[in-house]
Design a binder for this molecule. Structure first.
Ligand SMILES: N[C@@H](CCC[C@H](N)C(=O)O)C(=O)O
Length: 294
């Protein structure tokens, strides 16, 4: 039987990005890829990302988060999930142990300070973007990652060839398009995600600039597929937009699930993301869920 059997979880969402939160602080348990896939397969705990809380590692932080995609792979960043974790840590009667509305979370990609703006709205400091080819990472030494070249040739969208590339702790490719709705992202997303230029795969965004303060965005997420929102993609898109002279440093990013306010702060290079969270229900993992999972 899995040690996760009967563990309590929260099913949440950040702008429709499906998030499951599991608190393993105070234990030495780790979630395996098989267990993550089993949790994702159950409709009650289904997620785009599973956010697992562990005891803090760096002094002064409140928790360490491991982030799993639906396919069991791990990510260094999840903006929408980080807001959901912050809500759980300040407002959930079982998980909250903090006094006040500010906290610092940590992932394998770095520290994420979070502030509560109102009951369910949070601002996450997503840190500085990483723009060098080897930090994203890309296979080839591009001197300028504002426009790279993918190898994939799409019969249905031959114009999608020169995305911007940015890491927000996870790799993003942003394709600038006239109409973000004009593409079958479910069909083309997996091909671009696995393009050989991305050695760790990439989250694939279609970005349509409405005006410098407003971008419409659709995202095919690495390891999770088509989602209603992706916070780190919104941050990466704003950064790429500023670098290409397409957007202001502060803009609204409209995703299928709703709007995020993103700012790339000039003073310290950090990207700030503000958006909502929603608790859907809580539950406990049935032991039957993990049959066959290591
Ligand atoms: N939905 C997330 C990003 C999730 C991580 C991604 N699929 C990856 O593997 O990098 C967000 O809100 O940032």
């Amino acid at each position: 039987m899995s040690a996760l059997s009967n563990s309590r979880f929260l099913k949440m969402n950040g702008l429709g990005n499906e998030i499951t939160v599991l608190d393993l602080r105070g234990t030495s348990l780790l979630v395996s890829a098989e267990e993550a896939r089993a949790i994702a397969a159950d409709p009650r705990s289904r997620f785009d990302q599973l956010m697992v809380l562990h005891d803090p590692v760096t002094p002064g932080t409140d928790a360490f988060m491991r982030i799993y995609n639906t396919d069991g792979s791990e990510s260094g960043a999840c903006g929408n999930g980080t807001r959901c974790v912050a809500w759980a840590m300040v407002a959930d009667p079982v998980m909250s142990r903090l006094v006040g509305n500010g906290l610092v979370l940590e992932t394998k990609a770095g520290l994420l300070p979070v502030e509560r703006v109102s009951d369910t709205v949070f601002t996450v400091d997503m840190g500085p973007p990483r723009l060098a080819w080897n930090e994203i990472p890309l296979r080839d030494p591009y001197p300028d990652t504002r426009a790279i070249a993918v190898e994939t040739r799409l019969a249905e969208a031959p114009e999608l060839q020169r995305p911007s590339a940015v890491s927000m702790g996870n790799p993003h490719a942003i394709f600038w398009v006239k109409d973000a709705q004009a593409y079958d992202l479910r069909a083309i997303g997996p091909k671009l995600e696995h393009d050989p230029v991305f050695p760790e795969r990439a989250n694939i965004s279609l970005a349509q600039v409405v005006d410098p303060g407003h971008v419409v965005l659709r995202v095919w997420e690495r390891g999770a597929g088509l989602t209603r929102a992706c916070g780190s993609a919104a941050c990466a898109t704003l950064v790429a937009g500023v670098r290409k002279g397409l957007t202001d440093r502060r803009a609204t990013l409209s995703l299928p699930g709703g709007d995020l306010l993103i700012e790339w702060r000039e003073t310290d290079d950090h990207v700030l993301m503000t958006g909502p969270t929603e608790l859907e229900h809580e539950g406990a993992f049935s032991p039957a869920l993990f049959k066959g999972a290591a």
